[in-house]
Design a protein around this ligand. Structure first.
Ligand SMILES: Cc1cc2nc3c(=O)[nH]c(=O)nc-3n(C[C@H](O)[C@H](O)[C@H](O)COP(=O)(O)O)c2cc1C
Length: 260
C-alpha cells in the first residue's frame, strides 16, 4: 500500500479528476474507487487518508456511506475530505466526519451532472465547463499543498440538518427517475452503459439494454453514451451531455489507480 490513500466515488468524473490531480501532486498515492465495494478497506498503514465524493440529493451517493463504515484508518493518520457539488455541500462530509474524523475538509462546485434536473452549467456560481474545469484544477493544487503541509481546517463541518431530511427522501426520488431511463433507436449496442454503471443496474444482452431497479442516479450511462441514446424522460432529450473532459469510462471502472 502507498503512503497516501484516497477513497473516491465518481459518477461522471469530476471527483475522480480532482482525486487524480491531488494524487499527482502528493505522489506515492493509491486512489481506491468506491463505485464497487472498495478493493482495500484496511488502510491503517497509510500516513494520509482522504475522501473525494460528490453530493447527490444533499448527501453521499448510493452505497458510499455503507462502504465507509468498513474502512479502518490509523488514529495517527492525517485525514481529509473534499466534496464536490453543483451548488451546496449537503450533509456528505459531515457523515464521513462522524465515521472518520476529518482534519482537513473543503468543498468546491463544478458542473451539474444531474441532467434531468438542470443543464450542466447551472452550477453556483454559474460558469462554462471550461472555466469550471480550470477552477477545479487550480483548487486541486491548493488542496494538495494544504494536505502535504498537514493543514487543519478550523471551521467545523456543519451537520446540515435540512440536507439530512432532503437526503432521506432521495432514494425514492432517484428510483422514480430511474423508471424513465430508456435507450432510443440511436443505441449502437456497444454495452458501454452496462460497463460504467456503478450499481450493476444495466444489463446488456448483446441486442438489448435493460435497466433494472437499483439505479443510484449517477447519470454515467446518460452522460457517457457515445450516441446520446439514453434519456430520462423527455427533459434530457435536448439537454447537452457533460462528463469530466479528462476522465474516461476505463478510468472510472478501475479498482485502484496508483501514482508513484
Ligand atoms: C443524482 C445527482 C444528484 C445531485 N445532487 C446534488 C445536490 O443535491 N446538490 C448539489 O449541489 N449538487 C448535486 N449534484 C451535482 C454533483 O454533485 C456534481 O455535479 C459533481 O461534480 C458530480 O461529481 P462526479 O462527476 O464525480 O459524479 C447531483 C448530481 C447527480 C448526478
Amino acid at each position: 500500500m502507498k503512503e497516501n490513500v484516497i477513497f473516491c466515488y465518481s459518477g461522471t468524473g469530476n471527483c475522480l479528476d480532482m482525486a487524480k490531480n491531488i494524487a499527482k501532486k502528493l505522489g506515492n498515492t493509491d486512489i481506491v474507487m468506491m463505485r464497487k465495494y472498495p478493493a482495500v478497506t484496511d488502510v491503517r498503514e497509510a500516513k494520509r487518508v482522504g475522501f473525494v465524493v460528490p453530493c447527490y440529493g444533499g448527501g453521499l451517493p448510493g452505497h458510499v456511506e455503507r462502504y465507509i463504515r468498513d474502512i479502518k484508518v490509523s488514529p495517527d493518520a492525517y485525514t481529509f475530505g473534499i466534496g464536490q457539488c453543483a451548488a451546496y455541500k449537503g450533509e456528505g462530509l459531515s457523515k464521513i466526519n462522524e465515521l472518520i474524523p476529518l482534519k482537513y475538509w473543503a468543498v468546491l462546485s463544478h458542473q451539474c451532472t444531474c441532467i434531468y434536473l438542470f443543464p450542466h452549467n447551472l452550477m453556483l456560481p454559474k460558469m462554462s465547463a471550461e472555466r469550471a474545469q480550470a477552477r477545479s484544477e487550480d483548487h486541486a493544487e491548493q488542496f494538495a499543498e494544504d494536505i502535504k503541509n498537514g493543514v487543519i481546517t478550523k471551521k467545523k463541518i456543519s451537520k446540515a440538518y435540512l440536507n439530512r431530511l432532503e437526503h432521506a427522501a432521495w432514494p425514492a426520488i432517484a428510483r422514480k427517475k430511474a423508471q424513465a431511463l430508456k435507450a432510443n433507436s440511436n443505441c449502437i449496442k456497444c454495452g458501454q452503459c452496462a460497463r460504467i454503471c456503478p450499481a450493476g443496474n444495466i444489463r446488456y444482452t448483446g441486442d438489448a439494454v435493460i435497466f433494472g431497479d437499483k439505479c443510484i442516479s449517477c447519470m454515467g450511462c446518460v452522460q457517457y453514451c457515445p450516441k446520446q441514446a439514453i434519456n430520462v424522460g423527455k427533459v434530457t432529450e435536448k439537454r447537452e451531455r457533460y462528463h469530466n473532459p479528462n476522465i474516461t469510462v476505463e478510468d472510472l471502472t478501475q479498482d485502484i489507480i496508483s501514482f508513484d
